[in-house]
Design a binder for this molecule. Sequence first.
Ligand SMILES: [Zn+2]
Length: 333
Amino acid sequence: MIDLHDTLLTFDTHIDIPWPDQNDAWTENTSRKFDTLKAHKGGLKAVCLAAYIPQGSRDENGHEEAWQRVQAMLDVITRLNGKKADIQAKVCHGSKDIKKAVEAGSIAIVPAIENGYALGDKPERIEFLAQKYGVRYMTLTHNGHNLLADAAIARSDLNDASTLHGGLSALGKKTIQIMNKHGVLVDVSHAAKSTMMQASEISEVPIFASHSCVRTLCDHPRNLDDEQLDRLKETGGLIQITAMSPFLRKGGGATTTDLAQHVAYVADRIGVEHVGVSSDFDGGGGIEGWQSALETPNVTLALEKIGFNKDDISKIWGGNMLKLLNKSEEMKV
Ligand SMILES: [Zn+2]
C-alpha cells in the first residue's frame, strides 16, 4: 500500500537558512531542521527558502547593509542546486518548474525574501531580484516598521512608536505594484493588520501570509483575526499555518494536532482553498511531532486524523500555493 504522504506534492512555504552560511545543506547530521537529506527522508518535496533580513535602522547605512546581505543570502540559496548520491535539489522560478522538478524526484527550492527592508528606499530593486534569483515572495516587513509599512510587532529598541505610517507608506504602495508586475507575491506575515488590510486592496494579485496562525485560537500579534481571514477569502488569498509553538497555543508546547486545528478553523471559516502549512524551520519553528523536515509525514497524519480527505490534504499541502504562484505568473507584465 502506498502511503498518502508519498503521493503528495508537499510544499513548505517558509524556511529560513542559517546565517552566516555553514555550507552544510548537503551534510549528514547537521543541527539544521531543514537540509536536503532530512527533506528527502521526510518526503518534503518543495520549499520556499527565505533570505531573512533583520530590521535595522531606517537610514542609508542600514539599507546598504540589508541590500548586500539579501544578495549574499540569495546567492547561497541559488547554490543549493545540485545532486548528491540519490538526492537532488533544484532551484525553481515558476510553478511549472516546481511540478516538473518534483516529478523528476528533485526537492524544489523557491527563493523568497523576509523583510522589504532589503530594498531600502529603492522598490525597483525587486525586479532585479526576481529576474536574477527567481524570488517569488517578499514579506513587507519583519518585526519593526520599515520604509514600506508598519509591522505587527513594533521595535522599541529601534525607537518604533506603535505606528509609523498607519499601514502602508506611499513607497510601500508603489512597491506592491512593482511586485505584482514581476511575479513576486505580497507576503503579509509580520505586517500590521492595517498594512495587511490596505495591501489586500492595492495588490492585484491575491496576498498571502507565508507563516502565520489564527488569532481566535491563539491571541498573538503575529496571527490573523477573523476579519483578516474573511478578507483573504474575498480576495482569493492564502494563509499558511506555521509550526511556531507560541502562535499555535498560549504558553507554547504545541503539537501537530494544534497545527491541524488551526488549519481546520480556517478551512471551516473561509474554505480549504485558502489555507496551507509552513514550518518556519531554522527561524524558530518546530513543534512536537514536526521538529524537523524528517518528521513531515506526521503533518499529513494530523490532517487525516482531524478529518480532511485526500483532496483537501493535497490542496493544503501545496495545491493552493502552486495555484497562487501560477496566478501571479499569469498576471506578470
Ligand atoms: Zn518570520
